[in-house]
Design a protein around this ligand. Structure first.
Ligand code: PMV
Length: 325
């Protein structure tokens, strides 16, 4: 029997969500919350995939594309990860049994990249367990396949940032560049608790762009410019300017129809408490928002978000992408 364990970070999109789908740049940051996956080989050909949070198990084999628990079983949320297991096993020439356990500190369906972090950690742990060396790029690409099962046609930023870590500016057709910020980026994440689907929010933007192509395209392009300016402000250490750009990004993406009253309330509450900037992060429609803070306003912003009756967590940059634990 061989075994391995790996973990990978969650992410927040600082600027450029939705526009990134239309090949505009987006600025993405890995944060200090991780998903962990433990893998061991086992006798026979049964693969069990267990999620500690969901308390659910999926059972399948690597050879047959069959969910042994039946099509209508409760474990559907785990099935996208089958793709990851099959792909890594195929690269390693392995068709035996596996035990895979997922443990995650990342809230799911909240726009924090939980599924990508799981896919990335799983690819790495499986590769190590089965004796093959996968590059960060390969790991990211394998995880992208499970992301496609979950989200349809995602831009690929979640798997990329989870694999590499750090702060990067990303453009779908061009790749990514690491960004250096002399100032530390301190965030408070406010979780609305409102469920939403990334696919539905992306479809909403597509509808707006289809109905109003000139205005829609301009808004998306404007968000792209905003990301470029945010990168410049970060590099120059102008953190107040970064804050103003984040808020501006919120109102632009709001104009595309993907905010939600729960998000707007938290944005206003944060700004009222002195945040340097605040915006939704990820697909919108619920999920999470971020507030950019400094040491002076951090506690007040945290309290202002909590007073709205939702959870708030501090977050900072994780320079470490996927790693073996
Ligand atoms: O909420 P999330 O983490 O699924 O982020 C979605 C970001 C979008 O730009 C809306 C879609 C994408 O694939 O980049």
């Amino acid at each position: 029997m061989t075994s391995a364990e790996a973990s990978a970070p969650a992410k927040v999109i600082l600027t450029g969500e939705h526009a990134v789908v239309y090949n505009e740049p987006a600025l993405v940051m890995a944060i200090d919350r991780r998903a962990r996956v433990a893998v061991s080989t086992s006798r026979g050909d049964l693969v069990t995939l267990y999620s500690q949070r969901l308390k659910e198990t999926a059972r399948f084999t690597l050879e047959k594309s069959k969910n042994l628990d039946g099509e209508g079983s409760r474990n559907r949320r785990l099935l996208p990860y089958l793709t990851v297991a099959r792909r890594v096993a195929q690269l390693a020439g392995y068709s035996g049994g596996l035990r895979i356990t997922i443990q995650s500190e990342i809230p799911s369906a909240a726009g924090l990249g939980s599924s990508a972090a799981i896919g990335v950690a799983m690819s790495a742990a499986l590769g190590k367990c089965l004796g093959i060396k996968l590059s960060r790029d390969q790991i990211s690409k394998i995880a992208y396949q499970s992301e496609r099962h979950i989200h349809g046609h995602p831009s690929g930023i979640d798997n990329l940032i989870s694999s590499y870590g750090g702060l990067v500016v990303f453009r779908k057709n061009e790749g990514f560049l690491p960004v250096k910020s002399p100032a530390r980026i301190k965030l408070i994440i406010g979780m609305t608790g409102v469920d939403r689907s990334t696919g539905e929010q992306v479809a909403k933007v597509a509808e707006t762009v289809k109905e109003h192509p000139r205005v829609g395209q301009l808004l998306l392009h404007c968000i792209g410019h905003l990301t470029v300016e945010t990168v410049e402000a970060l590099r120059a250490g102008k953190i107040e300017s970064v804050g103003r750009l984040l808020s501006l990004n919120h109102w632009l993406v709001n104009a595309l129809g993907v905010s939600h009253p729960s998000l707007d309330r938290l944005v206003y509450a944060s700004l009222g408490a002195g945040a340097l900037g605040a915006k939704l992060t990820g697909a919108g429609g619920g999920g999470c928002m971020i507030a950019l803070v400094n040491d002076k306003c951090k506690a007040a912003v945290m309290q202002a978000i909590q007073r709205e009756g939702v959870d708030a967590i501090p977050a900072r940059l994780s320079r470490t992408g996927v790693r073996f634990d």
